[in-house]
Each structure stands twice: as structure tokens, then as C-alpha cells.
Design a protein around this ligand. Structure first.
Ligand code: FE2
Length: 293
């Protein structure tokens, strides 16, 4: 029989990986055990604290449903999601910055023609979005796909509304031969991440607010290019300096220009003020595409 003290226990656990034949998994587990044990020793974790952590993770799991992912929210609010994105999707050669996917992506948004109004019947100030998708060398990317989603003008996503609401403020738009896109939606406002679960309790205990600044999500992709999961943030929105999920990148803050009631860019007469925003997304070719060129 071999006994372990508070130091030797770490090597003992790592040694049990000797028969693991997945090198990457072995490396990850070795590092995880090392850091986890160091953390427990560092804070001298008590048994009640250990049990609180077990209970917390159990609650996080129990809060997950097919429409709610509390573990992703935990990862987001602890900055892990942005850290993983920043490691794996560095903005290189002037390509657009990536940021968090967030919990409200809903696969299967409708394919819509350019110029469509994604936000029919959605509360919020009308906003006309336009811009181009370009390669990092400035060439327009034809037929690039923008998979777009946002909350409404009150900060609610369709997934948070009654089930019969269905998809709202979502759509897939493709660029024309000159890489151009345009569509209509609303100007998104700041909103809180869900706070009625264990992550909300954690944020309160940490003394943190749960708000994200106003933003619209998009995944921009095209054959031969690396896709970008990104946002456009509303310049001047509250919480740009303290996003609860640390997702803000300076390069993604866009100017939303306000216009008085009148004729919008699509020729429609609006009896309320409206906004216009223009933004170009630059994509980096995939490695193989770069080699070919
Ligand atoms: Fe969002």
C-alpha cells in the first residue's frame, strides 16, 4: 500500500496516465490535474468549500436544457470562452476579430435576399446595415454568407420569449459579385445574461453586473476562407467597458448614425428616426488556399 501526502498525490494521479495512448488527452489531463491540485493547495480549500463547488457544478448541469447552456455561460463569464477564441482565431493580416458565439445561436435561420428586413414585427429602432466582405488583400468575396442574429430593441432574444414566437431577428444573407451586403434589422440594446441560475448567483457573490453592451451577432463565411464568429457593437452603448463576458474588441465597435424620420436607404418612408451602419468584414484565406495562391 502506498500513502500520499499533499505533494506526492499530484504525481501519483499523473502517473496513472501512463497507459493513456492519446497524447493530446494525456497532456491536457496532466496539466489539468497539476493546476487543479495547485489551486486546492493555494487556497487551502476547506471541505465545506469543496462541497459548495460540487453543489454549484451540479446546479450548473441541472440548469442546462436544450435551449439553455449554463456551462457556456459559466465559461463566458469567467473569460474562458474569449481566451479560447483569442488563442485559436487570432486576427492576422487585418482579418476581422472573432468573439464569443454566445448562448443564443439557433441553427437554420432563413436564407433571405439582400435588403430583407430581418426584424419584421420585432420591437426596436429600424437600422439599415450595409458593408462588404473582403479578402485580407482587399478583393471582394462573392457569395459570402452572413448568418445574422440579435436580440430585440428591449434586449430579448427570440429564444427567451414564449416558444410560439419562433425565430425572430435572424437571417442568412449572401454577398453580391462585389462582396456587398445590405439588410434591415433593429439597433440592438444592452441586455443582461441570464441571472436566475447558478451563474447569476456567482456573479452577485463576485459583486459583478450581468450586462452585455448592445451588439448584433454574425458568422461570416465563404469557401476557401476561415470563417469568423463575430459581433458588431453599438458605439456609445452602455457596458462597452465592462462586458459581462469580456467579448468587446475595439475593432468591432461600429458607428450607428441616427437619421430623422424620412426615406430610408431602401426607399421606404419611415415615420420614426432610423439608423444606418456600414462595416466591412475581412476574411483570411484558409492555409491551403494561401499555398495555392
Ligand atoms: Fe448577444
Amino acid at each position: 500500500m502506498r500513502e500520499f501526502d499533499q505533494k506526492s498525490i499530484t504525481q501519483a494521479v499523473i502517473a496513472r496516465l501512463s497507459d493513456c495512448d492519446d497524447a493530446r488527452f494525456k497532456r491536457i489531463m496532466t496539466s489539468l490535474v497539476t493546476h487543479l491540485h495547485d489551486f486546492v493547495r493555494d487556497v487551502k480549500l476547506t471541505e465545506p468549500e469543496w462541497f459548495t463547488a460540487i453543489q454549484f457544478l451540479t446546479d450548473v448541469g441541472r440548469t442546462c436544457t436544450d435551449k439553455r447552456q449554463e456551462f457556456i455561460l459559466l465559461s463566458d463569464t469567467l473569460g474562458v470562452s474569449v481566451l479560447v477564441i483569442t488563442l485559436n482565431h487570432p486576427a492576422e493580416q487585418g482579418s476581422v476579430d472573432s468573439t464569443v458565439l454566445g448562448p443564443f445561436y439557433w441553427e437554420g435561420a432563413p436564407d433571405l435576399p439582400r435588403g430583407s428586413n430581418l426584424a419584421q414585427g420585432v420591437k426596436g429602432e429600424p437600422t439599415f446595415y450595409s458593408g462588404r466582405v473582403l479578402s485580407v488583400d482587399g478583393r471582394p468575396v462573392e457569395n459570402a454568407l452572413l448568418d445574422i442574429w440579435s436580440g430585440d430593441g428591449e434586449g430579448n432574444y427570440d429564444m427567451q420569449l414564449p416558444a410560439e414566437t419562433g425565430m425572430r431577428a435572424r437571417g442568412r444573407i449572401r454577398t453580391d459579385s462585389q462582396g456587398r451586403f445590405w439588410f434591415r434589422s433593429i439597433r440592438p440594446t444592452f441586455y443582461p445574461v441570464p441571472t436566475d441560475g447558478p451563474v447569476g448567483s456567482m456573479l452577485r457573490k463576485m459583486g459583478r453586473h450581468p450586462y452585455r453592451p448592445g451588439h448584433i451577432h454574425m458568422i461570416v463565411s465563404a469557401p476557401g476562407y476561415l470563417p469568423a464568429t463575430t459581433h458588431l457593437f453599438v458605439a456609445g452603448s452602455q457596458y462597452l467597458e465592462s462586458d459581462a463576458v469580456f467579448g468587446v474588441k475595439e475593432s468591432l465597435v461600429a458607428q450607428f448614425d441616427r437619421h430623422p424620420p424620412g426615406t430610408g436607404p431602401d426607399g421606404e418612408c419611415l415615420n420614426t428616426p432610423f439608423y444606418t451602419v456600414n462595416f466591412d468584414f475581412r476574411l483570411r484565406p484558409e492555409a491551403r488556399a494561401t499555398e495555392r495562391s
